[in-house]
Design a protein around this ligand. Structure first.
Ligand code: COA
Length: 256
């Protein structure tokens, strides 16, 4: 890996690439460097024939609290070549199976990245939130297209407009996660499924994923790019500045 990042742990074993987000002191909040490392790992995995499946995971009690808000304020993404957008492009175009193992909070991009996965296993501690409106921002990762497609307009609108946190039972009920398991079983259940995928004929697996996604590929790229431009614009506006500063200062935002 060329991008050096202690907070992203990449391990490969028997055709399975595990990408671990490890920054527990900030609830695995993602910085530009971490996105760059993740993007590079996924790009390399796409080329490496020995890798059959990739799984994203966090730490024992947290998937990720989303974009690092301090990093966002100091080092905002500038355009489609910014690390966050490169990461999103890589996961949205990845041709091999992409899985996620979720414990604890999965906030913002922690939830939107799941929309690009093929298998999402979560435990009873997992909770999901899309606080883009609350932060004066707008949806990203083509979530304004993929979420209503997955869960229906009304449920997507409640999640995206109100930014409420939902638990794993609700996430499973609406189809945001594949299955839930008790915390003690999650890792083994995920590993079991990944080992099963590795045994399958790889070309057929990739062809099937391509067919499953073929009707949405162009739309996802277009929406992601449109949302990305609006997201960057919103980030520079007073509403987002106030929301981010309020979080960093531990106070309620004032949008009056
Ligand atoms: N960016 C930067 N720092 C973050 C962060 C983020 N997204 N999420 C959490 N942290 C930091 C907190 O500032 C705190 O740091 P400190 O101990 O140095 O003060 C630490 O991580 C623990 O967070 P805290 O809020 O105290 O934990 P909690 O268990 O009470 O709440 C969350 C957990 C995830 C609900 C809450 O941290 C949160 O809402 N985070 C922001 C999520 C967000 O808006 N993400 C961006 C989406 S675009």
């Amino acid at each position: 890996m060329n991008v050096h990042c202690d907070e992203i742990a990449a391990t490969t074993e028997n055709g399975i690439l595990k990408l671990g987000i490890h920054r527990p002191e900030k609830l695995n909040a993602l910085t530009a460097t971490m996105y760059a490392a993740l993007a590079e790992e996924i790009e390399n995995a796409a080329r490496d024939e020995s890798i059959r499946v990739v799984v994203l995971h966090g730490t024992e009690d947290c998937f990720t609290s989303g974009n690092d808000l301090a990093d966002f304020a100091e080092n905002p993404p500038q355009g489609e070549h910014s690390p966050v957008f490169r990461f999103l492009k890589q996961i949205s175009q990845f041709r091999k199976p992409l899985a996620a193992q979720v414990s604890g909070p999965a906030v913002g991009i922690g939830t939107t990245m799941l929309l690009h996965c093929d298998l999402v296993y979560a435990d009873e501690t997992a909770k999901f939130r899309l606080p883009f409106v609350n932060l004066g921002l707008c949806p990203e990762a083509a979530s304004s297209y993929l979420l209503p497609k997955l869960v229906g307009h009304l449920r997507a609108a409640e999640l995206l407009l109100c930014g409420d946190m939902i638990d794993s039972a609700r996430a499973a009920e609406i189809g945001l996660v594949t299955r839930t398991f008790p915390h003690s079983e999650l890792e083994e259940k995920m590993s079991e499924k990944l080992r099963q995928i590795v045994q399958l004929p790889p070309r057929s697996v990739q062809l099937t994923k391509a067919l499953l996604k073929q009707n949405q590929t162009r739309q996802v790229a277009e929406v992601m790019s449109e949302e990305g431009a609006l997201f960057i614009q919103q980030l520079a506006k007073p509403e987002a500045q106030e929301a981010i500063q309020a979080f960093l200062q531990g106070r309620k935002p004032n949008f009056q």
